[in-house]
Structures are given as C-alpha cells and as structure tokens.
Design a protein around this ligand. Sequence first.
Ligand SMILES: *Cc1c(COP(=O)(O)O)cnc(C)c1O
Length: 391
Amino acid sequence: MQRPETKAIRIQTPQTDQKEHATPLFLTSSFTYESAEEMAAAFADDSLDVNIYSRFSNPTVDEFISKMAALEGAEDGIATGTGMAAIFGTFMTFLGKGDHIISASAVFGSTHTILTKYLPKWGIESSYFNMSDPAEIASLIKPNTKMLYVESPSNPGLDIIDIEAISALCKKHNILFVVDNCFATPAVQQPIRHGADLVLHSATKFIDGQGRVLGGVVVGRKELINPLYLFIRNTGPSLSPFNAWVLTKSLETLFVRMDRHAENALKIARELKKHAQVSWVKYPFLEDHPQYEIAKKQMSNGGGIVTFELKGGVDSGRKFLNELKMLSMTNNLGDSRSIASHPASTTHSKLTEAERKEVGITPGLIRISVGLEHVGDILGDIVQALDKLSS
Ligand SMILES: *Cc1c(COP(=O)(O)O)cnc(C)c1O
C-alpha cells in the first residue's frame, strides 16, 4: 500500500489514449454517449459512476476528491466551489427545522455568520463553547443536538481540541462530528483517524498553497457523502474543473510544503518570543501552548500559522503592518508568500472589544501565515518592523 506522500502524487485519472504523463484538464460541461441506450443507462445509474454533466461530476474534479479522501483516510468525498459552500452544504444536508448544532465560538467569520444569521431563519438553533473549555460541551447537548462543529487549530486563536475525546462524546450522543481541517491539512492531521465523521476544507488555503484559486472539499463515510453529493449536485456550488486541476497539482507538493511551512513557523515563533515588543507568542508546537500535549498527540507538526501579541495594542498593530517591507498585507493565508494580518484593525474591526475577546482576538494580535521564502528573510522583515515600534 502506498504511503500518503506517494498517493498525493500518484492517484490519477485513468490515462487517455493520448498517453499524457501529467494529469489532464477535462474542461467540458457535459459528456456524450454512443447510443440512446447508453445515455438512458447513465441517467438510471444509481452508483453515480458515469459522467453526465460537470455540475454532477467531472474526471478532474474526481481526481482531486480521490486524493483528498485518500489523504484524510476517508471512504469518499465531494468538492465545492469554495470552502464556504462545503460548510453550508454540510449544514443544509444534515440539519433541519428543529435541530440544534453546537459549535466552537471561535470559527471562521462567514461560518459564524451562517450559524448566527441564516440557520435561525430555517429553525435551526445553535450553542457555542469556548475552545479553551471543551468540558462545557457536555452541558450544551440537548435531545435535538445533531451536529458538533469545530476548527482545530482554530482561526486565528490557534486553539486545539482533543479530537479523539470529542468524537467519543459525540458517538455516545449520536451527534455528527464535523471538523474544519483547513489550518492543519491532511499532511499534518487526519481527524477521521481520531473519530471525526466529516472533515472539510477551504482548499483555497494550504491545499492550493499559492493563493490562486478557491475551492472546498468534504470527506467522510460513503453513507454521509451520498446525500451531501446530491445536495451539491442539485443546488449547484460545484467545483470548476479548472480549479480542481490547479488543486490536484497542488496536492503533489502538499507534504513538502507543509514540512517547510512548519519548520519556518517554529523557528519564527521561537525567535519572536525573545523580542521586547512581543508579550506572547502562540504556536501549536511551542511547549507553552495551552494544548501543547494534545497538539503533539494529533498533529505531525505545528502547521504554518503563528500568532503573537504586540505590547503596544491596536496602534502598534497598525504601525507594524505599515513597517513591513516584504510580507504581504492581505486577508488570505496558506500561501507560499508570507502574510501578516492584524485582525483587530481589519477583518474584525466591526466587532466590539468584548466580542473580539470571545473569539480570541486581542488588540495587538498579529497573525503570520508563514510562507516558503527563506526563513531568514521572513524573520528579518518581521524583526525590522518590530524594532521600529520602540522608536
Ligand atoms: C478561509 C476559510 C474558510 C472559508 O473558505 P473559502 O474558500 O474562503 O470559502 C473556512 N474555514 C476556514 C478555517 C478558513 O480559513
């Protein structure tokens, strides 16, 4: 049996009669048949194995799904146009009127918006727990609780949850356990191996890895993926074949990229701890991370995101961004280019300070998506910007 690093490269659409070596791009809306009977059979096929129309399935998209399922240790998967479509589709497929979902309070902004603004419109209620206090979850479970939703590590708090422990609790209460594995990627953590039911991703981030295309994916057991597939197929947020082609090529380098992202991130985290302008640094593989032992248990490295707090608060955050010479100022993450963001003055500026605190965003919090440049150049830029804060 091939190892994951090999599968990420060698799982491939069956070769066409052109004998191409690299994976081909099937940029076609629909597929043809030799006869009326064959076409009738395609539409009658419940195994869903025959290509009909690219909203339903497409060989390039299927290759990307096959790789993601293999890397996550899942039976099957579906792909979507964005990470949000994967998340929304998962909620819509498994939740209905009168159901209840429990979610970590610190989740991606648009996920939080779906939970708080849209689900109530359809009679779906939600409760929230703080990632630093997972013991709270048991007290939130109700007879109509159908789903538990977490990101681990979380964005941008980098909190870690014990996936194995939570999955045991969910199994006991017959609750579907869904993990957004976007920050770790399957190269670092495979939540299904620790008992999660469904794992989803914004493939826009580390899966693409070069900030080019948007995409999403959900993987899990066949019996769960089938209804999700039908929801996506009928409602339409399918992944485009072109984006799937970019993403499946990206997966070939996922393991080497994640190794280097994490190696650079750990070095930067250790160095930042020594700087006078920095009050604390958070990174899953730093010994003083509050859930360091859990991170070590379920992740193979600490991933590519580092956060730290500036002593000077909001003003220093803004000044720090302005002083950077190389790091990009953008809201994306998981790119070969290092990115800095200051949530309190940008992405989360509309929240009150108390609301920001609840989701782990302190006034001087800087999030670095550590890229693949030489670590000396990344660190050099960060340190020269920090040094300016003292003057
Ligand atoms: C970016 C992101 C999403 C949303 O994905 P899109 O591809 O932008 O729709 C969801 N979860 C996490 C953790 C993310 O970082």
